[in-house]
Ligand binder design. Structure first.
Ligand code: SAM
Length: 239
């Protein structure tokens, strides 16, 4: 059964996303390189340069998965908490951290929609390639706002819609044909990758998503498109 979630009830989405990431966890890092031609590494570097983590500050990396963003931020001496709804992704991340001798990270299972952290706890909140998988996005944005201190920074790295003429069509053809095939070949899981592509297509475009961030109470929100908006960094401040 294809994974497009056109016909599924929103309450089922969380469970399906859970299955997808449980299935892909072991092959997740390999697949990222294969699908993006290694470009996800550059996008993540750029994202973390934008966040500018500082020694001693508390940062929540939500939907942190196998740790790609947290590892990049840990070098600054910031106190990074990696939170993810999926224990299998976190387990791969903890293993990688041991292998790379990165310590000091806190790993915790959490749903972005309902955080257990107290109000005004973190100096910065990051979420990379995670928000589009969240079932109730406005709820997750509100929670992000709640757990940030006044003056706290909020950053999202996510696929969006490129405005480069012609490129969108090429990318659509690539993603709908090639990505599920790569999923089948490398991870023996075509359905999960079909879902991931479908979730990118359905995610709101840059102005719409920016407005959603405004609605959650953030100010001075801005968007920085990468490759015409194929990927975008949205950010905002809590005051
Ligand atoms: N941030 C990592 C990176 O950039 O490599 C992982 C991104 S991965 C594509 C998406 C992650 O979002 C998965 O680890 C998944 O378990 C997590 N996720 C999905 N829905 C979530 C939710 N409601 N709350 C927290 N994490 C969620």
């Amino acid at each position: 059964v294809p994974f497009g979630y056109a016909d599924i009830d929103p309450s089922e989405k969380t469970a399906r996303v859970g299955d997808v990431f449980k299935n892909v966890a072991a092959k997740y890092d390999l697949m990222n390189d294969a699908m993006s031609g290694g470009m996800h590494r550059l996008w993540k570097d750029r994202f973390v340069r934008r966040v500018k983590p500082r020694a001693g500050e508390r940062i929540l990396d939500m939907a942190g998965g196998t740790g790609d963003i947290a590892f990049r931020m840990a070098a600054s001496g910031a106190q990074v908490t990696v939170a993810d709804i999926n224990a299998a992704m976190l387990a791969v991340g903890m293993d990688r951290a041991v292998k790379r001798r990165i310590d000091g990270l806190v790993w915790t299972e959490a749903n972005a929609e309902t955080l257990v952290f107290p109000d005004r706890h973190f100096d910065a909140y990051t979420i990379a390639f995670g928000i589009r998988n969240v079932t109730d996005i406005p709820a997750a944005l509100k929670e992000a706002h709640r757990v940030l201190v006044r003056g706290g920074r909020f950053f999202v790295l996510e696929f969006s819609t490129t405005v480069w003429p012609g490129f969108g069509k090429v990318y659509d053809a690539y993603s709908h044909k090639m990505v599920p095939q790569l999923g089948k070949l490398l991870a023996n899981d075509e359905a999960s990758y079909r879902y991931l592509i479908e979730s990118i297509r359905r995610f709101p475009d840059m102005p719409t998503f920016k407005a959603m961030i405004d609605d959650a109470g953030f100010v001075r929100t801005s968007v920085e498109p990468i490759m015409g908006g194929l990927v975008a960094i949205h950010s905002g401040w809590k005051i």
